[in-house]
Ligand binder design. Structure first.
Ligand SMILES: C[S@@+](CC[C@H](N)C(=O)[O-])C[C@H]1O[C@@H](n2cnc3c(N)ncnc32)[C@H](O)[C@@H]1O
Length: 267
């Protein structure tokens, strides 16, 4: 039987129904923290663009943006954001394609900024995906990736791999039951440590402009799912490409760690 896969685009379509200006500002702040606030004259590829929010942020910061995603509904979401905010814009291209497809990537050329947040661990071939993505960085360019942190133990990566795989092949009522249980547990455990769960949800998008509820679904269902330790990422990217680590933000749990590498070769 084929491995099941999560319908990312469906979740992103729900996300776009309530996207606010404030969330767009938060996302723009998050992208600029990683890549800088003036991207005029730079080319930016958003691999696995999902909702299109990071692409929109990069375009707002002045970059010439190429967004692609494997899932056609995610592509439609990115197109929708382009239509809403940059209609008839020649400096923002949206396409369908896979980071695992080397023939497709070979048609794209290279970019000043290669950005792929929360994507490469969902391809089913994470190391190949990282390698292919890094190949799109032009000499002297930036390589920004967000990758799930690996944790051992009973509540670690292996258990969550099984849970996510199960979710993707479960009946809808089972998915909804599991989501409800998870969401309630999160709210109760937040309250149990003295935090207001409703404020936590309200403020959640401060990070990247995302929605707590949609991210919960993305977390429960996001399969294929892989993870890596920061040391594994550093060794792989430095060893294979000679890139230099410029910045990192490590998640100590099972969340996404962010890495900003600079291609060491000057243009
Ligand atoms: C968790 S979402 C992240 C979306 C976006 N980068 C963000 O930060 O919100 C993962 C996205 O990766 C896309 N994806 C999965 N496999 C892919 C592949 N092989 N090539 C390109 N995109 C892929 C999914 O369709 C989904 O939209």
């Amino acid at each position: 039987m084929a491995d099941p896969a999560f319908a990312f685009g469906e979740n992103w379509a729900r996300f776009l129904t309530s996207l606010s200006d404030r969330q767009i500002e938060q996302a723009t702040g998050a992208v600029s923290t990683l890549v800088g606030s003036d991207l005029r004259g730079k080319t930016f590829v958003d691999i696995g663009s999902g909702s299109g929010l990071s692409s929109l942020a990069a375009r707002r910061l002045g970059a010439r943006v190429y967004s692609f995603d494997y899932d056609e509904r995610s592509v439609a979401c990115t197109q929708e954001l382009r239509r809403r905010f940059f209609p008839h814009d020649e400096d923002w291209t949206v396409a369908q394609g896979s980071v695992l497809d080397r023939d497709y990537l070979a048609t794209l050329g290279q970019f000043d900024i290669v950005y792929s947040w929360g994507v490469l661990h969902h391809t089913g071939q994470m190391w190949k995906a990282i390698e292919n993505a890094a190949g799109l960085v032009r000499p002297g360019g930036l390589f920004i990736i967000g990758i799930y942190n690996f944790r051992g133990g009973r509540r670690g990566t292996a258990t969550w791999t099984r849970l996510k795989r199960w979710y993707c092949s479960a009946a809808r009522w089972q998915q909804l039951t599991w989501e409800t249980a998870y969401v309630c547990w999160q709210l109760v455990s937040t309250a149990a440590v003295g935090r207001n769960p409703f404020r936590m949800i309200r403020d959640y998008h401060h990070g990247r402009g995302m929605s707590w509820r949609r991210d919960a679904t993305d977390w429960l269902g996001g399969y294929p799912y892989e993870a890596a330790t920061p040391a594994e990422i550093l060794e792989f990217v430095r060893g294979r490409f000679g890139f230099v680590l410029a910045k990192q933000k490590i998640d100590l749990g099972l969340g996404v760690s962010e890495f900003v590498f600079e291609s060491s070769h000057a243009p």
